[in-house]
Design a protein around this ligand. Structure first.
Ligand SMILES: [Zn+2]
Length: 220
């Protein structure tokens, strides 16, 4: 199945230049493992960045690279998140391996009878990073996002009112979306949220309370 949802160019630029938070960088890295087009684009951007960096070191004149960095800084102001650079503490192969572990393994925590999650520690308290497993035939309770949720499909597929999503698809959801994903086959997603999800359905208040308890438990 072809990948239809990709990170926007500005996100790839931030990723290639090391100006994305470790959590979002992991999401982009996962996407590039499945998407040859974005992977090639990142390589091109890294090459361009390297050349511009070299030219800026040989000149005192403000360069295109500086302007690029300024644009990137401004992008970060939009989300009011501090720029976090450096290596990703959790290895991407570990994430892929975790995604293959059975739902009965103790690290997976049930959210409902058919939905479970596994917290991923990237050493960044500004984000909740989880693998989310949705069993075939189940429906995630309707929820909105107080902040931004980035999702990458690792296994299977799911759909909501906005579309169908398959392996490799990269999605960004914010408070303007109220969705209730369903899965026809078992689905595992990598998800980064910068604020807790807010469930709005019939059992929303209970799930909000339960998810909050789970989320707090994961931090320790
Ligand atoms: Zn892509």
């Amino acid at each position: 199945m072809a990948i239809r949802f990709h990170p926007k160019p500005e996100i790839l630029i931030k990723y290639a230049s090391g100006h994305l938070s470790s959590a979002y960088a992991m999401a982009v890295e996962l996407h590039t493992k499945f998407c040859v087009g974005c992977s090639n684009h990142v390589t091109e951007l890294e090459n361009i960045g390297g050349k511009l960096l070299n030219s800026s070191q040989n000149s005192s004149v403000t360069t295109g690279f500086d302007e690029l960095m300024l644009k990137i800084d401004n992008l970060d102001k939009e989300t009011n998140k501090p720029i976090e650079t450096g290596h990703i503490p959790a290895d991407i192969n570990t994430i892929m391996q975790l995604a293959k572990t059975s739902g009965r393994k103790r690290n997976w925590k049930p959210i409902t009878s058919k939905i479970s999650n596994l917290a991923v520690d990237l050493g960044n308290k500004d984000y909740d990073v989880n693998l989310i497993k949705i069993k075939a035939g189940s429906k995630v309770p309707a929820h909105t996002h107080k902040g931004t949720e980035v999702t990458v499909v690792i296994n299977g597929s799911f759909k909501d009112a906005y579309g169908d999503y398959n392996v490799g698809d990269f999605l960004i959801r914010d408070a303007s979306y109220n969705h209730s994903p369903t899965a026809d086959v078992d689905c595992i997603c990598f998800a980064v949220t910068d604020a807790p999800l807010h469930y709005t359905g019939l059992f929303g208040p209970f799930i909000n309370w339960f998810a909050g308890r789970q989320s707090n438990a994961f931090r320790h």
